[in-house]
Design a protein around this ligand. Structure first.
Ligand code: SF4
Length: 150
């Protein structure tokens, strides 16, 4: 299967897990649901701006196909190695989207299971099929970069 198809599948699974989280928040209260509905795109855009906007293959061979194109809607950034701040923003945003919903998901076993199963499959897809084909040699997880430096 083409790595870009894996990229789209993993992206869809990630957003499926986030819909589970959003549902758990809305079941708690519309106020919480709306709060997460703001946090979710905010964190996603922070990741795209901090990481993808500096990616040298974002417009040519993005493993997640549409993510790289979204960078054209954001302020341009100089391509090059990532800084500690870039990594910090990506890590904080990603962990926020994974850890913050846990308390509310815990009260809905079906949503909790669906969240973790979809997230686990998305992560496996990325690790096994997307990263090995990705040409973003600035990325800390780039497998091609590791092969070049061996
Ligand atoms: S290849 Fe990865 S880092 Fe580069 S634009 Fe696509 S998702 Fe972002």
């Amino acid at each position: 299967m083409d790595s870009k198809l894996h990229g789209l599948i993993s992206l869809s699974l990630f957003f499926f897990s986030q819909i589970m989280a959003l549902t758990a928040f809305f079941l708690e209260s519309p106020f919480y649901g709306l709060g997460y509905a703001v946090l979710l795109p905010g964190c996603c855009l922070a990741i795209v701006f901090s990481y993808c906007a500096k990616c040298p293959v974002r417009l040519t061979s993005c493993g997640h196909v549409i993510v790289g194109k979204i960078t054209t809607l954001l302020p341009p950034r100089k391509q090059g190695p990532y800084t500690d701040l870039d990594y910090l923003i990506v890590l904080t945003s990603l962990l926020s989207l994974i850890l913050i919903p846990q308390f509310w998901l815990w009260e809905h076993t079906g949503l909790l299971i669906a969240f973790w199963v979809s997230l686990f499959i998305a992560g496996t897809e990325i690790n096994q099929f997307v990263c090995p084909e990705c040409d973003n040699t600035h990325c800390i997880a780039c497998k091609k970069n590791k092969r070049i430096n061996q």
